[in-house]
Design a protein around this ligand. Structure first.
Ligand code: 2F8
Ligand code: CA
Length: 131
C-alpha cells in the first residue's frame, strides 16, 4: 500500500520526482494527469525533501491570478508566517512577470524564488494519500 512505482512516500503523501524539465503549467498538467498536483510545501520535512535534489524545481505556488498574492494550487494562501522565500524574493524581477514559484538557492534553507512561468524546470508532484 505504501509502495507505488516511481513515487516516494513521505507521510501523508506520495511524491513524483520528474526527470525532465517543463514550463510551470506543463509541469502542473503532468501532475494532474498522474492524479496529483504540483507539490505544496507546508512542513519543514517537505521543504528539506524538495531541497535535497539540488536542482531548479517548480513547486505549486503562483501569483498569476493577482500580482503579489501568492496561492498554492489547492487555493490556500502562501502564509508569510510559513514560507521559505530566499532573501529578497519574491521580487517579480524587472519584468514583473515572475508569477511561478521554484526551489532555487539550494545552499540556503530559504530557497524559494519567483520565476517566469514559461521557464523550463524540473518539478515534483504530490498526491495526498493518508493523514
Ligand atoms: O537576484 C535574484 C534574481 O536572479 C535572477 O534574475 C537575475 C532570477 N531570474 C531568472 O533567473 C530569470 C530572479 O528570479 C531572481 O529574483
Ligand atoms: Ca525572483
Amino acid at each position: 500500500r505504501y509502495f507505488q512505482e516511481g513515487w516516494v512516500y513521505l507521510r501523508p503523501s506520495f511524491y513524483y520526482i520528474s526527470s525532465s524539465e517543463k514550463s510551470w503549467q506543463e509541469s502542473r498538467d503532468d501532475c494532474l494527469q498522474r492524479g496529483a498536483d504540483l507539490m505544496i510545501i507546508n512542513s519543514k520535512e517537505e521543504q528539506e525533501f524538495a531541497r535535497q535534489f539540488k536542482r531548479l524545481t517548480w513547486i505549486g505556488c503562483t501569483d498569476r491570478e493577482t500580482e503579489g498574492v501568492w496561492k498554492w494550487v489547492d487555493g490556500t494562501a502562501v502564509k508569510t508566517s510559513f514560507s521559505y522565500w530566499h532573501n529578497g524574493e519574491p521580487n517579480s524581477y524587472q519584468s514583473k512577470e515572475e508569477d511561478c514559484g521554484e526551489i532555487k538557492y539550494y545552499e540556503d534553507e530559504n530557497s524559494w524564488n519567483d520565476e517566469p512561468c514559461n521557464k523550463k524546470n524540473f518539478w515534483i508532484c504530490e498526491k495526498v494519500v493518508a493523514q
